[in-house]
Design a protein around this ligand. Structure first.
Ligand SMILES: Nc1ncnc2c1ncn2[C@@H]1O[C@H](COP(=O)(O)OP(=O)(O)OP(=O)(O)O)[C@@H](O)[C@H]1O
Length: 251
């Protein structure tokens, strides 16, 4: 299998403004791809288009197999749990969406892998923020996917919970699962990612291996590279400084 997802020329337009513009991106087997960029840069919109959750206005997405959704796990920024059900039951219900019947032992193994074994019987809505994130990630694994998408998996978590999620991402990668994740924590991205993609103003700015990127741009750290390549908020990202405007007759 040469690629998992291959996107060509992805463009998404809202109110005549191109919030994602002509992005081409390939996700390969075995990669941990870290997607970085300022708030509102177009990362989530790009992920959604890669996943087929939003239709691109231009461009194409190709997958490595006929039914990719059966083999992709997705944790979006908000993961709705089934209210009134505990973690284990949520896992079982979620698995049913994929047509997978998981034995209790198998679910407990997954919860254990995600550091949640003791919380299996706790109502999902009563789990802590970090536990809910871990449950959201555990739920992406119920159908044994070969690719998982994690949108800001460590955002708003305390240091211990962040560390646990990072270890989980490393263990997924070690088991051969490809991972695509977004994060605003440059140190975290540098540590975890085998490839880094930066999107800014809806445009793909860089795409490469972490060490290569630093040496190509002469940056001492990913944070330095980020600052070097993105514009200050006041210059580029006010409400009145849109990314790319589309001529009326071209939409
Ligand atoms: N449904 C929509 N209608 C109109 N504009 C939208 C819609 N969805 C996203 N946008 C706009 O598209 C731009 C990109 O949003 P997106 O959520 O992809 O950014 P992001 O890089 O994921 O940001 P963050 O890091 O804050 O999550 C933003 O300006 C956002 O306001």
């Amino acid at each position: 299998m040469s690629f998992l997802i291959q996107a060509q020329g992805l463009t998404k337009i809202y109110r005549k403004r191109s919030v994602v513009h002509d992005i081409s991106l390939t996700i390969n087997p075995g990669e941990v791809v870290g997607i970085i960029g300022p708030n509102g840069a177009g990362k989530s919109t790009t992920l959604d288009m890669l996943l087929g959750l939003r239709r691109p206005d231009k461009g194409t997405v190709a997958y490595w197999c006929q039914e990719p959704y059966r083999h992709i796990g997705v944790q979006l920024q908000t993961t709705p749990f089934f209210p009134g059900y505990n973690a284990l039951e949520n896992m079982r219900l979620f698995a049913a969406f994929y047509g997978v019947r998981l034995k209790t032992e198998a679910i407990l193994d997954l919860l254990h892998r995600c550091g949640l074994k003791d919380a299996a019987k706790t109502d999902a809505s009563r789990l802590s923020g970090g536990q809910q994130k871990r449950l959201a990630i555990a739920m992406t694994l119920v159908h044994d996917p070969c690719l998982v998408f994690l949108d800001e998996p460590t955002a708003a978590l305390d240091p211990r919970a962040r560390r646990e999620i990072r270890e989980l991402i490393i263990s997924l990668a070690q088991d051969g699962t490809s991972v695509v994740f977004t994060s605003h924590d440059m140190e975290e991205v540098f540590k975890l990612a085998t490839r880094i993609v930066m999107i800014d103003g809806g445009v793909l700015k860089v795409d490469g291996r972490p060490e290569e990127l630093l040496s190509n741009y002469g940056a001492a750290s990913l944070e330095e590279l980020y600052v070097q390549l993105t514009e200050p908020l006041s210059e580029s990202r006010s409400e009145f400084a849109p990314e790319i405007w589309i001529k009326e007759d071209s939409v």
